[in-house]
Design a protein around this ligand. Structure first.
Ligand SMILES: [Zn+2]
Length: 354
């Protein structure tokens, strides 16, 4: 690790086979089919080779099932941070009441703590869904950061692509009408900031980093998609994104998914998902190449370490949560905060895995 490099955090949303089938409207999800038995040993081997500790956002429903327990426990045992990725993995959390959100988050947390022994301090909503109520529930329950926002204009495009292949009723499409976000999400900042909550408190937001200025995603799923055109295009796109991060002094939060490493050979039922024509071996090779490129520019850490570093800095924007419309974009008033919120930043530092 090079102390002179800025940080980049790495996280993986541990979406399981059933959650892809569920969002896609495939009834097969109801028995909670899993690929964690294949995926987790494979990703742990890859991360050990790269000497990386990252954050895994775990779904509560997976932690609640005995068949997954040993695999989830192995993530924590290997020194990775465990974050909360909701209980039911429904990418329409913005439709939940505050009470429903609270039950969702606490039920997931209970199962995650039971299985891994780690109390999550970070949250990412499924499909980048979130609401002001959700942010308040996180703050009230000792969470240090939310990581649910994806500041991009292209959410509606990604959704249109998804709907084209999904088997959804009109009602299900209505429920998923904000899947992957709205055009106006592109107006949100790429750099971390504090949300000013309606209850007067604050919570740190670490957005999934999109390419500064252009606000287009560059997480691994997108890079793999480009690799099918050419590997040179992948490299060019990633280098451009990282140079823009350096230029704008943004320390990226880089997002991974299981299907970035699992190929069609190991998850044949998910053939509808883009990039499933690649083999697992090829995906892992590209993953390692992307990580090596990130490491040329940044010191790679988990999200808790990223959050702790941000807490130590004095100036960070504060943005009021949008009132009324739960995901509206009325957050135009920005002010500087000269001292970070003292809350829990120090007391929970001990919870950070190395
Ligand atoms: Zn997810």
């Amino acid at each position: 690790m090079n102390a002179h490099k800025p940080l980049a955090s790495l996280s993986l949303d541990l979406d399981n086979k059933w959650s892809y089938l569920k969002t896609h409207g495939d009834a097969g999800w109801k028995t909670f089919p899993t690929y964690l038995d294949v995926f987790i040993p494979s990703v742990l081997r890859a991360l050990a080779r790269l000497d990386l500790k990252i954050t895994f956002f775990v779904v509560g429903q997976d932690a609640a099932l005995d068949k997954n327990a040993a695999y989830l426990r192995a993530l924590a045992a290997a020194g990775h941070e465990i974050g909360n990725h909701s209980f039911h993995h429904e990418p329409w959390l913005q439709l939940y009441s505050k009470e429903q959100v609270r039950r969702e988050i606490l039920a997931a947390e209970e199962q995650i703590v039971r299985v891994t022994g780690q109390k999550p301090v970070g949250f990412r909503g499924p499909g980048f869904s979130w609401s002001p109520d959700l942010l308040e529930v996180l703050e009230e329950n000792g969470y240090l950061y939310d990581a649910s926002t994806l500041p991009t204009y292209i959410g509606p495009l990604a959704r249109a692509y998804y709907f084209r292949t999904a088997k959804l009723t009109a009602a299900e499409k209505q429920q998923r009408r904000e899947l992957f976000g709205k055009f106006s999400d592109g107006l949100r900042p790429v750099a971390p900031y504090y949300w000013q909550l309606l209850n007067g408190r604050k919570i740190l937001e670490i957005p999934v980093t999109t390419m500064p200025i252009f606000k287009i995603p560059f997480h691994l799923s997108y890079l793999l998609y480009l690799s099918r055109v050419s590997e040179r295009l992948l490299t060019l796109y990633l280098q451009t994104a990282l140079q823009l991060c350096r230029f704008t002094q943004i320390e990226p939060s880089f997002l991974l998914h299981p299907l970035d490493l699992l190929g069609g050979d190991e998850a044949p039922d998910l053939a509808f998902f883009p990039g499933m024509d690649l083999s697992s071996a090829r995906k892992i090779e590209l993953f390692e190449r992307v990580i090596n490129t990130l490491e040329q520019h940044f010191q790679l850490v988990n999200m808790n370490t990223h959050a702790q570093t941000i807490f130590r800095r004095l100036r960070l924007k504060v943005r009021p949560v949008p009132p009324g419309d739960r995901r509206s974009h009325g957050d135009s008033r920005i002010e500087d905060l000269r001292s970070p919120p003292a809350k829990k930043a120090v007391s929970t530092a001990a919870a950070a895995p190395a």
